[in-house]
Design a protein around this ligand. Structure first.
Ligand code: KG4
Ligand code: ZN
Length: 388
């Protein structure tokens, strides 16, 4: 089944064509980084306007690259939430109108379910036994950590087999169920990276910048201590860590240095900033960044491993923009080697927001007979799964 996916929940306008939830024919992502970077974060009003400008050409481009005409698309899958409401509405209204005008079935997809399917898309399920450190096959049930600029959540992902309702699909289809094990009570991990980068005038988005600068810092230099959670130990909280970094910067030479960096970045060309940012950071700043990153990564890894232990599963999925982080990947790979665990990440292009993951998640719904009607609408908050 050829599915056209559309994603516009935050600051990427994306469209993709995916066959049977597994084979990507095209995946096009238009980033809005250049629009938002001067503000150090996404400006919702500007994001919606940019989506409006890009949605039609990006969908056309996805079909062109896939070599598929709109009339050959057999179903549409559109992100319905959670996200910025103005951004979501653009993709949703366009996808719905397109489906109605083509007379094709369509479904709404939860953005977080999409991130989980980014892992399944590249790692088909198999019955192979788990061997330590193995990768390649996504076995369910699994614990999924979705960690991005907007979310930090842990889910238990389970699958059942249902009769396919669609003539285009095999006779039995997989259906997925999600249970929410924990989530952030304040900032998302990616948001914390972005805010610390803004405080230190490093640029936007902060995650990839901190990831590469942290290699030059000593992660043992600043001891932040473990993040303690009252109540559910699988919940997250990064606001305290962010404040701890703020106190180490405010009113110190690090703040003056950040101001100087801000001025330099304003006057220098983008490529110059990209290639020489490290030279404009003192060792103390690099050490602080590396220690901050280590604290975030340690917390994410420990809570995810605790969730896998509690749920007695041996597969972990990690996805969302922060899943690109090199230290996070290293630490999870170490955990997989030392325990009977398999830890799967999407490739970096599918870790950040994209529409291939939406098309893949939508395929299973469409094939199982799910259909949205004209009343399909966007939701800024849209929980995935029941809370346990
Ligand atoms: O999934 P995504 O593209 O959008 C949301 O749904 O939020 O994630 C974007 C987030 C940003 O906060 C960005 O700073 C973070 O992912 N990010 C990273 C890295 N690459 C992107 N954080 C840490 N290390 C990275 N290498
Ligand atoms: Zn996302």
């Amino acid at each position: 089944m050829v599915v056209l996916g559309i994603e516009s929940s935050c600051d990427e306008t994306a469209a993709a064509v995916v066959v049977d939830g597994a084979r990507i024919l095209s995946s096009v992502v238009a980033s809005q980084v250049s629009t938002h970077e001067k503000f150090g974060g996404v400006v919702p009003e500007l994001a919606s306007r940019e989506h409006l400008r890009k949605i039609v050409p990006i969908v056309d481009e996805a079909c062109r690259r896939a070599g598929v005409g709109l009339n050959e698309v057999e179903g549409l899958a559109v992100t319905e939430g959670p996200g910025l409401i103005g951004s979501l509405l653009v993709g949703l209204v366009y996808g719905k109108a397109l489906a109605l005008s083509l007379g094709k079935p369509f479904v709404g997809v939860n953005h977080l379910e999409g991130h989980i399917h980014a892992v399944l898309l590249e790692n088909p399920s198999a019955d192979a036994p788990v061997t330590p450190g193995a990768s390649g096959d996504a076995r369910l049930p699994a614990v999924a950590l979705v960690v991005s600029g907007g979310h930090t959540s842990l889910f238990l992902v389970e699958t059942t087999s249902v009769a396919a309702a669609d003539a285009l699909s095999p006779s039995r289809m997989k259906s997925f169920a999600y249970r929410r094990l924990g989530q952030t009570r304040d900032d998302a991990a990616g948001e914390a990276f972005d805010k610390i980068a803004k405080l230190l005038a490093l640029g936007y988005p902060g995650g990839p910048i901190i990831d590469s600068l942290a290699r030059h810092g000593n992660a043992e230099a600043v001891e932040f201590g473990r993040i303690k959670m009252k109540g559910n130990p699988l919940d997250f909280s990064f606001a305290g860590l962010k404040t701890a970094v703020l106190y180490r910067v405010r009113g110190t030479p690090l703040a003056t240095e950040a101001e100087q960096r801000r001025e330099w970045r304003k006057s220098a060309a983008r490529e110059v900033v990209r290639d020489h940012l490290g030279e404009h950071c003192s060792q103390e700043t690099l050490d602080l960044i590396a220690s901050f990153q280590k604290a975030v990564v340690q917390d994410l890894v420990e809570r995810t491993l605790a969730a896998a232990d509690a749920a007695r599963v041996d597969s972990i999925f990690v996805s969302g923009g922060v899943a690109c982080n090199s230290l996070l990947r290293e630490r999870f790979a170490e955990a997989a080697r030392s325990r009977r665990l398999r830890v799967l990440f999407p490739s970096p292009a599918l870790s950040t927001d994209n529409a291939a993951m939406i098309a893949a998640a939508g395929y299973y719904k469409l094939a199982a007979g799910e259909r949205a009607g004209t009343s399909l609408t966007a939701h800024a908050s849209l929980p995935l799964g029941d809370h346990v």
